[in-house]
Design a protein around this ligand. Structure first.
Ligand code: AMP
Length: 282
């Protein structure tokens, strides 16, 4: 695995690979890697000749009062994990390499998709995500881009970005990897103390329970949602949102339909956690 810091250098190397008709799989991350990230890396390895992973804590996707400064940065441990997978290039640019002082362009996905759910509570977040992903895709030029369903809304926004800007890349969204007890793996889980870690389980439990009830057709969406949120509130410190939405538009649903996604964001202590489940009714 070669570690590269310069965008121009990586661009040059990958251009050569493309000329030799090699396919490139790309996994963008913010580091503090776990099995969720590694599952994406393994898929990229399986499906491409060259695998590129980036680690970049993107300042433009954090709000002024969010955890940019304290976001975990553990490059040594990340490198060791990636060395066990078959990664060809690890791209770790500095902030000024991605955002030089005269950087003046950003990408906004101007649709409801980016304004609801996380978009409502993290203004500017998806603009920061879309901007950095557009830049990374221009640097790497991959055939396939690997994203996790854990960040369902982010994947939907990036799909839209790729379609709207005619980017020649296939978006592959892979399933959420969970701890044995159901907690969705997340770099932010390392902020949780033992007591918070136990309470954090309430998110996945609420989502799984709601899925079971919906599959058994036990009650209306509104009543099931109210009942689940009431229970969730007893364990977590704040439920920021809990919504049952259309999987494509992310618009809230009033009535159950064949395919639905339930998404939630909750605070446990000071840590904001997100999770979701996709529901397919028979
Ligand atoms: P992050 O480092 O949090 O920006 O995540 C980088 C990529 O890994 C994103 O596409 C995430 O959706 C994905 N990811 C994060 N956690 C998980 C997980 N538990 N399972 C699958 N993919 C994940």
């Amino acid at each position: 695995m070669k570690m590269i810091r310069s965008p121009q250098r990586l661009q040059k190397i990958l251009e050569k690979g493309r000329l030799r008709k090699k396919t490139v799989g790309f996994v963008p991350t913010m580091g503090a890697l776990h099995e969720g990230h590694l599952s994406l890396v393994r898929s990229a390895d399986r499906e491409n000749d060259i695998t590129v992973v980036s680690i970049f804590v993107n300042p433009s996707q954090f709000g002024p009062h969010e955890d940019y400064m304290k976001y975990p940065r553990v490059l040594g441990a990340d490198k060791r994990l990636l060395q066990k997978c078959k990664v060809d290039y690890l791209f770790c640019p500095s902030v000024p390499a991605i955002y030089p002082q005269d950087h003046a362009t950003c990408v906004a996905v101007g649709t409801e998709l980016a304004r609801v759910l996380c978009g409502k509570f993290r203004p500017g977040h998806f603009q920061g995500v879309a901007t950095v992903v557009a830049k990374l895709l221009n640097i790497v030029g991959p055939n396939r881009l690997y994203l996790g369903a854990k960040d369902y809304q982010q994947a939907a926004v990036i799909r839209r970005l790729v379609n709207d800007l005619n980017m020649n890349v296939r978006v592959r969204v892979m399933p959420t990897v969970r701890e044995k007890d159901g907690l969705a793996m997340s770099s932010r889980n390392r902020f949780l103390n033992a007591e918070e870690r136990r309470r954090a389980l309430a998110l996945s439990h609420a989502l799984f329970e709601l899925r079971r009830s919906l599959l058994k057709k036990k009650g209306t969406l509104a009543s099931l949602k109210a009942q689940t949120v009431r229970k969730l509130k007893k364990t977590v410190d704040r439920v920021q949102y809990f919504e049952i939405v259309d999987p494509v538009t992310l618009a809230p649903l009033k009535k159950a339909k064949g395919k639905m996604v339930v998404l939630t964001a909750c605070f446990v202590g000071k840590t904001r956690l997100i999770d979701n489940v996709i529901i397919s009714l028979p």
